[in-house]
Design a protein around this ligand. Structure first.
Ligand code: NAD
Length: 487
């Protein structure tokens, strides 16, 4: 397949292999087959990638913004042209069905490159009148940024970090998750073909130890991590010890609140999208579905009916809705939470076990699972499961549900379904979450800033807001008169 990367790392505009690193496989979770073997970056590879980025950044930052813009937009076009092969690669690496990867992965990366390509040539500073003298600000790059990715949206995460970083004139060394190492390499290759100078976007492989070495390296100015809260805590502490800037896109346990007056079918669709897309492996998922008592039984009936129609199966078949979980440890974790839910007394509405899929005996499939009668104190309602497990909780009133929805250390996302326009905005105003939806769920257009409050994150990706996190302001005072001194 043309889309297979040809080596483990991508440094200085070309693929690089080093026999010194520990080998590890990339596994297709539908079959358990290794689709590639990569090598973890050793110290020499890490040093080479950072040195290359330091050199590349100088060249890139000196380019006219319009030139940077056209490289990013050319890369967006190439991602779209190669969408099918990139989607197949992403499906093999993650197990996500092709039905999803064709529209949500490289395609989302392309939108992001286009958007920040457009912004690149419109970044400006400010003119500040000081009455005779004046000041101005310059928006300058930070330098070399480290990007560290999670495994659920590998090429999307790489692009969401690369596009704003590069638009602002930075270089990046990106480390994908060790579970899904392949597609970031393809992004690097495409950026080079689109005209990006060598060294501006580099990819190195490895586990957490490689990530930590990037974070502490003196030439890294900023760290952008997508991952779990425990990893975020470690990375933020390491970065803080060196006073490095950070963006943290972390986990969640987000509330989706459905009032009695909601459009029932849309609310059920949103709950499905908020829990079963990508087999539930999405950070912003609305996994605590609060349903007002008047609509609850009808909601659960329709949810069970519609979930029964979900097609689990061959991820490469475009008719398949739900693929396997990404890895054995994630599969074990999700099944453990399902048995915890049963033990905690939640009422199983559908699913509730590993799924048997013909021809995929070794596939890591789990049935889409809905628990009702979930209470706020249950572990399935408090902890991030990151799998196809929906918890439905009942509520009586707006006053009752808001504190319950906010009673979590997470604060990534939230959704509200109601036809009452005033209530929709009032409730959203009181929810402690960084990314919210009214009468829909999980739509993340690149124009809209994305990120979490509380322990779910620091900073924002996408939208104009991301520019703030990949650039710094230099203020310049310009004296138009003469300078006086006391002596
Ligand atoms: P993870 O935290 O296990 O790993 C994330 C990345 O961090 C990996 O590349 C890993 O190698 C690296 N890493 C691990 N330890 C490190 C260390 N000490 N120093 C530096 N790097 C280290 O997360 P995961 O299992 O890959 O992804 C799932 C998690 O990511 C979930 O919690 C999910 O909610 C979260 N997530 C958040 C967002 C978001 O935008 N908010 C998006 C996707 C996933």
């Amino acid at each position: 397949m043309r889309a297979q990367p040809t080596a483990s790392h991508y440094i200085g505009g070309r693929y690089v292999e080093s026999e010194a690193g520990e080998p590890f496989p990339s596994i297709y979770p539908a079959t358990g087959e290794a689709i590639a073997t990569l090598r973890s970056a050793d110290d020499a590879i890490i040093a080479a990638a950072i040195a290359s980025a330091v050199e590349g950044q100088k060249i890139w930052a000196a380019k006219a913004p319009s030139e940077r813009a056209s490289v990013l937009r050319r890369a967006a076009r190439m991602l779209r042209e190669r969408n099918h092969e990139l989607s197949v690669l992403e499906t093999l690496d993650t197990g996500k069905p092709l039905q999803e990867t064709l529209v949500a992965d490289a395609a989302s990366g392309a939108e992001c490159l286009d958007y920040f390509g457009a912004l690149a040539s419109s970044l400006t500073g400010e003119y500040i009148d000081l009455g005779g003298s004046f000041a101005y600000t310059r928006r300058e790059p930070l330098g070399v940024c480290a990007g560290i990715g999670a495994w659920n949206y590998p090429i999307q995460i790489a692009a969401w970090k690369a596009a704003p970083a590069l638009a602002c004139g930075n270089a990046m060394v990106f480390k994908p998750s060790e579970i899904t190492p392949l597609s970031a390499l393809k992004l690097a290759e495409i950026l080079t073909e689109a005209g990006l100078p060598d060294g501006v976007f580099n990819v190195i492989q490895g586990f957490g130890d490689v990530g930590a070495k990037l974070v502490t390296h003196p030439s890294i100015a900023k760290v952008s991590l997508t991952g779990s809260v425990p990893t975020g805590t470690k990375v933020a502490a390491l970065a803080g010890a060196h006073l490095k800037k950070t963006t943290m896109e972390l986990g969640g346990k987000s509330p989706l609140i459905i009032f009695d007056d909601a459009d029932l079918e849309s609310a059920v669709s949103a709950a499905i999208n908020a829990n079963f897309y990508s087999s539930g492996q999405i950070c912003s998922n609305g996994t605590r579905v609060f349903v007002q008592s008047g609509i609850r039984d009808r909601f659960l009936d329709r949810l069970a009916e519609r979930t029964a129609n979900a097609r689990l199966g061959d991820p490469l078949d475009e008719a398949t809705n739900i693929g396997p979980l990404v890895s054995l440890s994630q599969y074990d974790k999700v099944l453990h939470y399902i048995s915890l839910g049963k033990g905690e007394g939640a009422r199983l509405i559908c699913g509730g076990q590993a799924a048997k899929v013909p021809d995929f005996q070794d596939g890591l499939f789990v049935e889409p699972t809905v628990f009702a009668d979930v209470t706020d104190d249950m572990r399935i309602a408090r902890e991030e499961i990151f799998g196809p497990v929906m918890c439905v909780l009942s509520f009586e009133s707006e006053d009752d549900v808001i504190p319950r929805a906010n009673d979590t250390t997470f604060g990534l996302a939230a959704g509200v379904f109601t036809r009452d326009i005033q209530r929709a905005h009032r409730v959203i105003g009181k929810l402690q979450a960084g990314t919210c939806w009214i009468n829909t769920y999980n739509l993340t257009p690149v124009e809209m800033p994305f990120g979490g409050n509380k322990q779910s994150g620091i900073g924002r990706e996408n939208g104009h807001a991301a520019i703030e996190h990949y650039s710094q302001i230099k203020s310049v005072y310009v004296e138009m008169g003469s300078v006086e001194a006391a002596f």
